[in-house]
Every structure is written in structure tokens, then in C-alpha cells.
Design a binder for this molecule. Sequence first.
Ligand code: UT7
Length: 332
Amino acid sequence: MPDTPALHSRILGTGAYAPERVLTNFDLEKMVDTSDAWIRERTGIRERRIARDDETTSDMAHVAARRALEMAGLTPADLDMIIVGTVSPDMPMPACAAFLQRKLGVTDIPAFDVSAACAGFLYALAIGDQFIRTGQHRHVLVVGAELLSRMLDWEDRTTCVLFGDGAGAAVLGRSVGDGGRVLSTRLYTDSSLADSLCIRAGGSKERITPEALAEKRDKVFMNGRDIFKVAVRNLTSASASALVDARLSPAEVRWVVPHQANMRIITQVAQRLEIPLERFVLNIDRFGNTSSASIPIALDEAVRDGRIRPGDTVLMCALGGGVSWASALVRM
Ligand code: UT7
């Protein structure tokens, strides 16, 4: 019996969407006790996008998904599965992916969300990759979409200046021949810092009472210093592990698409990996931290402007609430 060649997945197309409304650091100076200088120096962010009142997470995911399908030369009817990484779905139930499925006009294929905060897109990518590698599915839509502006305390300067809204998507399909492929994915969670980045009320642990609302316990809470420390360490080690899996050296990585949470985190990861910052795709200045959407938005930008080309090796890494973190190495 001849050996059946191993199946692999590849990225067939990418797409992104960011709301039109721009909120600058100068706008924020009028809302909370902060300054453009502090935000730029401590994070690298200049502005972020904020969704319209009538926009939902699945609306943004829908535009990104259509763009990714178009680049892949596919239609929604070609999809076998939809996975959305999000912590800000349209409703607590059902999944944001269900609304996305409806907007794409397809039915009877699995559509579900993964809750891995800022690592959500890479978790979705890793799951989609597995379904293609087993041969069960041919095309999987993976999305990162967040509308965090509705979940922020706009009086808390330690969080409201950091985040923005947006969505990004990728269509995974079978890799043929020596073409592009997902080379390695790594997923991790360490719950010891679960309370350092969370939304405290609104789940089964704490109801949304008038007191909870008054204390803004239904909004994003973050101890930034706790997260910063583990971010640098874990993003570096997860990236190094992905490289070991694929037997590649940092010098062989053409582009790094990191989660865009803080320029200082990205710079330290670049130093530790010994990959020059010039090979990092950066858009944190224009979009801020869009959580699970940040990697696919940056990936799509670099694919469309021609920086990332077929055959390039791309390393992606993200860390967020949980803390959950992940890395993925792909050949485009
Ligand atoms: O995407 C999910 C993962 N999240 C992350 O990766 C975020 C990781 N953490 C960070 O990026 C950083 O910790 C922050 C950007 C959140 C904060 O930067 P920092 O350098 O760690 O600041 P800090 O929390 O140590 O605060 C320093 C000072 C404090 O004042 P005092 O106590 O020294 O007087 C803060 O109150 O900066 C103050 N501060 C601000 N000042 C002006 C905090 N936020 C602001 C602000 N404007 N927006």
C-alpha cells in the first residue's frame, strides 16, 4: 500500500474590516485624565477605530469574511465550518459565528465561537487547521472579531485608551504540492492570572446588579503590569517553540505578525527572538489593541500591500485574558 501523503492546510485568502470612526489620543484627552504623549510613549497607539451604534461584531466579521472569500476565489457555499474568536459576541448566546453564518447566507455547517481573548484568532486557526489535516473539512473560515468599545469603562484611563474595534478573517483550504501551508500551531493557557484581565460581572459568578453596574464590574478590568510581564516571556517562548516544531531558525522568518497590544511588548519580544523590528508587521498606532482581530487585520494589510508574498514564512503570536496565548507559523 503506498503511503497517503499527509494533509496540510494553507491560507487561501485574508480580509479585514475596521469601522470608519477614528478616536484619536487627543479626543481621549478630553474624556479622561490622559495625554497623547503618555499613550504614545507607553503603548505606541495614536488612534483606534470605534464601531457605529448600529454595528455589531458579526457585521464587522461579515465584511472581513466576504473579503477573505473573495481573495480565496470562493463563495460562502464552499465553506465547511465557521470559527469566530471573540470575547465580545453580538449576544452571550448564541455564538457570534451563528449570526455570521446567517449573514453569509449558508446553513447546516458548524459555526461556533472560541473564547481565548486576544489569542482567539490563533486558537480558531489552530482548530481549523486540525479539521483540514484530518481530511474532514476542505474549507474553514477563521475570524477574529471584537467590538470591545461597548465593554470598556470610558472613565477608566487604564483600559479605555488601549482598545479598538475591528475584524479580520482568513479562509483555510487544503495545501497542495509544495505550496503554502500551516507549519505549526501552539496553544497555551495559564489560569494563575485569570483575574488580572477579565469582565467580572455578567456571567454565572456575578450577576449584573445595580451595584455591579455602578462599579463598572460589567466592563473590562486589567492589571496591565501583571499581563505585561507574562506577555513578553510567553510570546517569546511560544514563538520559539513554533520555530522548533518547524525546524526553522528566526533568520528564516520573513515576517512576524504579532498581537498589537503594546509597542514595548513587541520590541522586547523582537529583541529576545533576535528578529529585527523591521520584519514585524505593525499597525498598533492606527488601530490600538483590537484583541482577537489584531493579528488578522495586520496580516491582511501586509498581504494586500504586497509586503507578505507567496512563499514567505510568517510567524504570528498573541496573548490575552486567561491568560491564553498562542503562536502559529505559516508559509503563505
Ligand atoms: O491584549 C491583551 C493583553 N494586554 C496587554 O498585553 C497589556 C499589557 N500591559 C500594558 O501594555 C501596560 O501595562 C499598560 C499600557 C496597560 C500600562 O503601562 P504601564 O507602563 O505598565 O503603566 P502602569 O500601569 O505601571 O502605570 C504607570 C502610571 C500610573 O500612575 P502612578 O501610579 O505611577 O502615579 C498610572 O496611573 O501611569 C498611570 N496611567 C496613565 N497615565 C496617563 C495609567 N494609564 C494612564 C493613562 N494616561 N491612560
